[in-house]
Design a protein around this ligand. Sequence first.
Ligand code: FMN
Length: 184
Amino acid sequence: MSKKIIILNGSPRINGNTQGLIDAFTKGAQQKGHEVICFNLEQLKIHGCLGCFGGGKDRKSPCVQKDDMLKIYPKYIKADVVVLASPMYYWGFSGQLKCAFDRLFAVAECEANYENPKKECLLLMASEGDGDENSKPILDYYEALLKHLNWKNLGDIIAGGVLKIGDIKNHKALEKAFELGISL
Ligand SMILES: Cc1cc2nc3c(=O)[nH]c(=O)nc-3n(C[C@H](O)[C@H](O)[C@H](O)COP(=O)(O)O)c2cc1C
């Protein structure tokens, strides 16, 4: 069955290493007939969550802030799979991705007890550091996040050892990302 996949790309470098992972994943997913839409968050105007707990009154426009999240909400609501794509910044997501992700809370605000929509999720990340010690903080965070949301993890790929644009070329994680896309 064809799935709707939304990619939230938190990398400000549009031809960067995260984009390499996204391209490989997308190629695999599209080859299987899945519908993929990618939002390059850096190119959108997305403000940080105000923590006002005032959203959730209108499903079409769930947040009190009216910015480019309005482009993302309808695709997010319909998506089967959410792809969190980001460079590793200080062992976490980039600010661009964190801002957008926090704002998805407005969708949960539409439901009783802030129930989150059911999704499958996967993580694509590029990082300068390599190895388990470097990946552990973000993988622990990702696991805690999905546990809270009650989302299923379809996979987490961290391409380590990449710093400059182009470093991702021929990285073994590209093959993994393609395989992950085709496995859906
Ligand atoms: C502000 C900043 C913070 C970073 N923090 C980390 C880090 O904590 N761990 C790490 O391994 N790499 C870190 N990096 C390196 C990036 O993750 C790496 O350059 C990555 O390949 C960038 O992906 P991009 O090409 O998609 O922008 C950091 C880079 C920047 C600019």
